[in-house]
Design a protein around this ligand. Structure first.
Ligand code: NAD
Ligand code: LMR
Length: 331
């Protein structure tokens, strides 16, 4: 299983590459960045886990070499936020980066699973989809926006609110919608174990929606979440790889996908969000060919139903912005 990290020399890219290198599920690791990836690759190559590691930069057709034969491509390339910025403020810097990466993937690894971390995820995933469609290689079951950090944060924050930090890893809280502010909708009514003090629902929902800001502000102009994101990104990438190898598990993964990936499974969520929202983070079952099934979101509280409405409004604008950007691009 050849995995490739694009943006591998960055704040997320380096620890994410380390976590992938540690996994026996990865048997070849390829790192690409516009700078420094060969050095990161040599460093990781001294670790005595199975995967050989190679690093590439744009020289000598490095991107094509990094991508050829890749089965999973994880993309944390592009600018992170600074205090006061929204994720949408990154659109100008990152939209053309992901568009060009999508073009290269269409040409060199059209069958790979593509996991998009670059923000704004609500727009960069639609950009990927549109480029791959235009190149005739789009398979919505193989394109994933990585929203695992929202799920990880939800479990951490709810366990903390319950005074149960030691068991945070055992908490399951569905988080649906998109990946920015109000588009992030945690379903705290379905938390397992349950949130003990229901008067905390409002504050916890807000904390999960704006958890990224906590890190951006604490890092004080030096970037956004990198280590927790690497943890979350590796967790999701390894789930995709394990499922591709035929492993099954009981709990769903949550990821921002094109709802056409499973039109039948998406019917229930469309009854809640309407037909205008093409992408949504939903619970999914992964399988050999990527997304196997979109799972039901379960019963939502009135508070959550309201939050979903607000999420949809904001999300539709983010999605159209990505689609329009590709429409206006010469490919
Ligand atoms: P960073 O600046 O530390 O690293 C980004 C890396 O991308 C750099 O090494 C840079 O050289 C590289 N890069 C830039 N253009 C490239 C290109 N065309 N091809 C290949 N590599 C390129 O940033 P970071 O903190 O690692 O964050 C990366 C992205 O991930 C940001 O957009 C950030 O907002 C996003 N992010 C997403 C989530 C999420 O939950 N999905 C969480 C955290 C951060
Ligand atoms: C996060 O949720 O931490 C990331 O999307 C980075 C950010 O900009 O907050």
């Amino acid at each position: 299983m050849k995995a490739t990290v694009i943006g591998a020399a960055g704040g997320i890219g380096q620890p994410l590459s380390l976590l992938l290198k540690q996994s026996p599920l990865v048997t070849e690791l390829s790192l690409y960045d516009i700078v420094n990836a060969p050095g990161v690759a040599v460093d990781l190559s001294h670790i005595n886990s199975p995967a050989p590691v190679a690093g590439f930069t744009p020289q000598d057709d490095g991107l094509a070499k990094a991508l050829k034969g890749s089965e999973v491509i994880v993309i944390p390339a592009g600018m992170p936020r600074k205090p006061g910025m929204t994720r949408d403020d990154l659109f100008t810097a990152n939209a053309s980066i992901v568009r060009d990466l999508a073009l290269a993937i269409a040409e060199n690894a059209p069958k790979a699973f593509v996991l998009v971390i670059s923000n704004p995820v609500n727009s960069t995933v639609p950009i990927f989809a549109e480029v791959l469609k235009k190149k005739g290689v789009y398979d919505p079951k193989r394109l994933f926006g990585v929203t695992t950090l929202d799920v990880v944060r939800a479990s951490t924050f709810v366990a903390e609110a319950n005074g149960d930090n030691l068991n945070a890893g055992k908490y399951h809280i569905p988080v649906i919608g998109g990946h920015s502010g109000v588009t992030i909708v945690p379903l705290l009514s379905q938390a397992e174990p349950a949130l003990k003090d229901q008067s905390k629902v409002d504050a916890l929902t807000h904390r999960i929606q704006f958890g990224g800001d906590e890190v951006v502000n604490a890092k004080n102009n030096t970037g956004s979440a990198t280590l927790s994101m690497a943890f979350a990104g590796a967790r999701f990438a390894l789930a995709v790889i394990a499922a591709a190898k035929g492993e099954t598990k009981d709990v769903p993964d949550f990821t921002f996908v094109d709802l056409n990936a499973d039109a039948e499974g998406a019917k229930a969520i469309k009854e809640v969000i309407g037909n205008d929202t093409a992408f949504f983070s939903v619970p999914v079952k992964l399988g050999k060919d990527g997304l196997e099934k979109i799972l039901p979101i379960g019963k939502t509280s009135d508070f959550e139903t309201e939050a979903i409405k607000k999420a949809v409004e904001a999300l539709n604008g983010n999605i159209s912005k990505g689609v329009d950007f590709v429409e206006g691009s010469k490919l």
